[in-house]
Design a protein around this ligand. Structure first.
Ligand code: HPA
Length: 231
């Protein structure tokens, strides 16, 4: 089985409209998946959607493992820390910083992984993005913040020295997949410049507008991914 995880931008996507919805009971609570053939889709925020700091990552990844998913490609929305990565770019991160957020299945056992993004799936996602003519950037560091608020200008001044994009979700999912040894790669849609990167103030309207545009591009990417059966 192949897994896709999407965010709020894919909430109303028609791609998954005809897929079978299934409730999966997990040790971490219930989650809902959509299944079509050998493909599973999870809307990470659930329905009705919960904000980023309340996402049940463990239930989501546990469900994918339970369904015997062998690889996961996820779509994550991010802000850009770099002028040379404008909104409309799609970044495939090679590494991440998530120093303050604990994501683990191991609450009782002493088990420590050494994190590493999957090199093969990373290359695959980048090459597919190029094939469908996305403005793709290979590599980059994703910095995770807790949310749900966006970052202060002072926080962004600090973070921009250490990473390329900021989001609230990807490293938690990547870490849990690593614990289960499921290859995971992400394609991040850059929806805005982070707060304070531009002189003009950041607005939610602006983020919403690029979200919509980027979603149309991501839908082409996912449709192609499904056509090719992740190969
Ligand atoms: N910060 C954090 N998460 C985000 C952003 C941002 O600027 N844009 C989209 N997701």
């Amino acid at each position: 089985m192949n897994g896709i995880i999407g965010g709020t931008s894919l909430l109303s996507s028609s791609i998954f409209a005809g897929w079978d919805e299934k409730k999966i009971e997990t040790p971490y609570g219930d989650t809902y998946v959509k299944i079509s053939g050998s493909n599973v889709f999870i809307q990470r925020h659930g329905t009705p959607p919960v904000p980023p700091h309340k996402i049940n990552y463990r239930a989501n990844i546990w469900a994918l493992k339970y369904l015997n998913v062998q690889k996961v490609i996820s779509v994550n929305s991010v802000g850009s820390l770099k002028m040379k990565i404008p909104p409309g770019t799609f970044v495939i991160p090679r590494d991440f910083i998530s120093l303050w957020i604990a994501a683990s299945f191991y609450d009782k056992e002493m088990k420590f992984i050494i994190p590493e993004m999957d090199a093969g799936l990373f290359k695959y996602v980048y090459s597919l993005a190029r094939k469908v003519k996305m403005k793709a950037k290979s590599g980059g560091i994703y910095i995770q913040t807790i949310g749900p608020r966006l970052e202060t200008k002072a926080e962004i001044r600090l973070l921009k020295r250490h990473g390329d994009v900021v989001g609230m979700t990807m490293p938690s999912e990547a870490t849990l997949c690593m614990e289960y040894e499921i290859p995971y790669a992400s394609i991040c849609s850059v929806d805005n410049y982070c707060n304070g990167i531009l002189k003009e103030p950041l607005t939610m309207e602006e983020i919403g507008k690029s979200w919509q545009k980027n979603m149309n591009v991501i839908e082409v990417f996912i449709a192609t991914l499904l056509e090719r059966n992740f190969e």
